[in-house]
Ligand binder design. Structure first.
Ligand code: ADP
Ligand code: MG
Length: 145
């Protein structure tokens, strides 16, 4: 399917491992293949793009979307301190702009954490560099015009 790929839904609860184990919270979306038919064909891996939350005040965040379920949107808490609180149940939209890398297995958490940080750097740099004509509409949605 052509980029950007879109997906949206309400943020669901996982096992809390992102924060507890990795120190990197990842907001999870349920997979709805009627809304996002491209999911069936996409390669497992790490993707980058934008995430927006329907929260006042809301702003789009750089996202890395990961792996087995394609349901993770990780954006670092340190950069977005306005999201100290949980936002389970909040509507989140993803606009996936491109592919970063395939999935990998890790022997230790340190390697995984290091790679997630790298993924976030790649995502930020890609979104900075590429001329994404995306604007914030002010109501928590992204406007591609
Ligand atoms: P879960 O297993 O439920 O996904 P995580 O430990 O991965 O739990 O944390 C993700 C949750 O943390 C999100 O659903 C959201 O409510 C909250 N959260 C707070 N700040 C952030 C952030 N900057 N990025 C992602 N999630 C965040
Ligand atoms: Mg998570």
């Amino acid at each position: 399917a052509p980029y950007p790929l879109q997906m949206q839904g309400k943020v669901i609860r996982g096992f809390g491992r992102g924060s507890k184990l990795l120190g990197i919270p990842t907001a999870n979306l349920p997979v709805d293949d009627s809304l996002a038919p491209w999911i069936a064909d996409i390669e497992f891996g790490v993707y980058f793009g934008w995430a927006s939350l329907r929260l006042p005040p809301s702003c789009p965040n750089q996202a890395t979307t990961s792996s087995d379920t394609i349901t993770h949107s990780g954006f670092s808490r340190s950069e977005h301190d306005e999201f100290e609180a949980d936002f389970y149940g909040v509507e989140m939209r993803l606009l996936i702009a491109g592919f970063i890398r395939e999935e990998r297995d890790y022997d230790d958490l340190r390697g995984l954490i290091a790679d997630i940080r790298l993924d976030c750097d790649v995502a930020r740099k890609s979104l900075d560099r590429e001329a994404w004509a995306l604007r914030e509409t002010g109501n928590g949605t992204l406007d591609g015009s």
